[in-house]
Write a protein that binds this ligand. Sequence first.
Ligand code: MSP
Length: 663
Amino acid sequence: MWGRAVPCQYEYSASEMSKYYLTTPIYYTNAAPHIGHAYTTIAADTIRALKRMQGYDAVLTTGTDEHGVNVERAAQAQGKTPREYTDVISEEFRQQWQILGLNIDRFERTTSERHARVVQELFRRCRDRGQVYKGQYSGQYCIFDNAYVNDAKPGDPCPDCGRPTETVVEENFYFKLSEYTDKLLKLYEDQPDFIQPESRRNEVIAFVKEGLKDLSISRTTIKWGIPVPDEPKHVFYVWFDALTTYMSAVDGEKIHGDDLWPADLHLIGKEIVRFHAIYWPAFLMAADLPLPKRIFAHGWLLFENDKMSKSRGNIVRATPIHKVLGTDALRYFLLREVVFGQDGSFSFDALVGRYNSDLANGLGNLASRTLSMLHQYRAGAVPASDGASRIAAATAVATAAALEAFDKFEFSKALEIIWSLIAILDKYIVDQAPWKLAKMEGGEERLNRTLYTAAEALRIITSLLAPVLPASAAKIYAQLGFTTPITDVRTKDLHWGHLPAGQVLGAVAPVFPRADAKLSIEKMKELEAEEYARQQAVLGKNVETKTEEKPAGTPQIAIDDFLKVDLRVGVVLDAANVPKSDKLLHLHIDIGEEKPRSIVAGIAEAYKPEALVGRKVAIVANLAPRKLRGIESQGMIVAASLEGGSPSLVSFLEEVPIGARLK
Ligand code: MSP
C-alpha cells in the first residue's frame, strides 16, 4: 500500500540524538507579515517539531532583515529614523509568530549589536585570507532586490523584477566570487542534497557553470548598514549582512558540546536560491568556516493564481484565518494542499473545503466517535486488549511511510498516507459495528478489541500529526487521558500497544467543529479588511505608497523631457516564461508596426503568460533595444510597482486603438 513496511525505521538510536539547527529567511521590514511569510515559518516550525519527535534538539531561527537603501528611503519619507521604522515592522513579525503559536527559538534582527560583530568578523576572516579587495564599482543596482545587475546600462530595468535600476558609481570592497566557480561546483557534486529540490539544484549548477563575477560587498553611498571595520565610509552590502544572521543568531552557542553552527537546514523561497546556494557557501569557504548542510527552496503561494503582492492587493494575512478556523487549519491546508517545493494556490473556498472534509469529517469525526464509544460502552476507560492485528500492521506500515515522507519534507504525501489510515479505521469501525457488539451476548471481547484498536490507532495518528496540528493533536491526546505533553512523544512511542489498558479518558469536546462555508468565509474576509487597516495604522498610514509616489530626490522634468518618451498602446500576441528565470516573460506585442515587438518584462511573478494574450498594454516604444537573458527586448512594458510588491500592468477602461500614443 505505501511501499515496504519498515517498522523499525522509526526508532532512532541514542547516538543520533544531537542538535538540528534550522532557519527561515529573515524577512524584509518593508512589508507587514502575510501568509506567504507564514508559509515558510509554519513549515519550519513543523520540521522543528518533527526533528524533536525524532529525538533531536531542534533549534529554529527567524528574524528581520532591516538594512539597505530601500529601508533608508522609506523611513526618510515617513520622517522616521531607519531604526524607528524597522522597530515597528520587526515587532509585527515577532507578534505574528506568537499569535500563530510558532516555536521560534531565536529571533535575530540585523540591527542587533551581536549580529554586527559577527558580520564584521566574517569580513575580517575573508580579508585576512586575501579574499576581498578594494575596487571601483560602476554599474546598475536594483534597490528592491538588493542586487547588482551585471551588464546593465543606465535606464535598464532589473532583469529579475523589471523595476528601474539605479546607477551606482562608488568605491567598493569586492569579494573574489570568480575564484569559487569550481569549488562550488565540487560542493554540489560532492553533496548532491546540498540544494533541494533537484530542479533548483540544476538551475544553480547551470548558473555557476556560466562563470561567476566578483561581487561588491560594501556600499559607500548609504549609511543605513553595518560599518565595514576600519573603513568608515563603507557599510556592508545587505546580503553579506543578512546571510550572516544564520550564524549570529546562534553565535557561540553549543548543544551537548556541539556548536549549533553549521545549520542543518536553510528553508527558503525559490526566489532567493542564488544568494543562499552561491554567495553564502562562497563567503563561508573564504572565511574557512563550516558550510550549512542543506538548502531547501519551496515554491510560491499564489492567491487565486497570482503571486501574492502588495501592488495587486491580493495579500491574505494569517490572523483572520487563525481567529475563524484556528492556526491548525491553516497549517494543515498549506502543507496538505501545496506540494512542498512547487507553487500552490491559496483560496478561502479551498481552505474551508479541506477543513470540513479532512479535519471536521475525517480526523475530528474519528476522534469524537472513538472517544464517545469508550465513554458509552467502557465508562471512559481503555479496555484491555492487544487490538486487531490487521489494523496494527496497517498502522505500522502507514507510520513508517508517513515518517519517511516527512523526513523528505513531502508533507502532502505524508498527510495523504495518514488520511488513508483514517479511512481504513473508519471502515474497520463500521464493519465491527461496536453498537451491535455492545448488545450481543458474548460480544465483550470483540468489543474490547474494537475499542482498543480504534483508541490505539487514534493515539498513533494523533502523535504523528502533532508536528502539523500541534494545538488540536494536544487536545485529542489529552482526551485520550494522557497527562504528559504530546510534544514528549518520540518516534519509538509510535509502535502499537503503548496505550495502557485502564487509562481513564479526559473530557470529550469537539476539536474541529464543522464550519459553515459561507459564514466563515465572510467572517475571514471581514477580519482580513480589519487586519489590513490595523497593519496600515501600525506601519504609519501611507507606509506602502509614500516612498513610491515620489522617491526622495526625484528631479522635476519639463514637458519636452516627458515627450521624449514614446509611449504606445499595444496588444499582446503571445507570451512565454523565459527559461531559467522566475521573473521574466518574453512577449510579442503588436503596436501597429509591420512586425510585432519582442519584449522581455519582469512580470512573471504577477502574471501567467496565457492570461496576457489579447490584453492591451502600454509600452515605451523608443527605448534602445537591449538583451536580457540572451533575448532582444525592443521596448518596455509600463507597470505600476509598489515598494516590495510585484508589478501591476497599466490597462485601459475604454477601447483604445493599437499604436495610440500616451501623452
Ligand atoms: N530578506 C530577504 C531574505 C534574507 S535571508 C538571509 C527576503 N525577505 S522577504 O521578506 O522578501 O522574504 C522572502 C521569503 O518570504 C521567501 O523566500 C519566502 O520564504 C517567503 N515568502 C514571501 N512571500 C511568499 C509567497 N507568496 N509564497 C511563498 N513564500 C513567500 O527575501
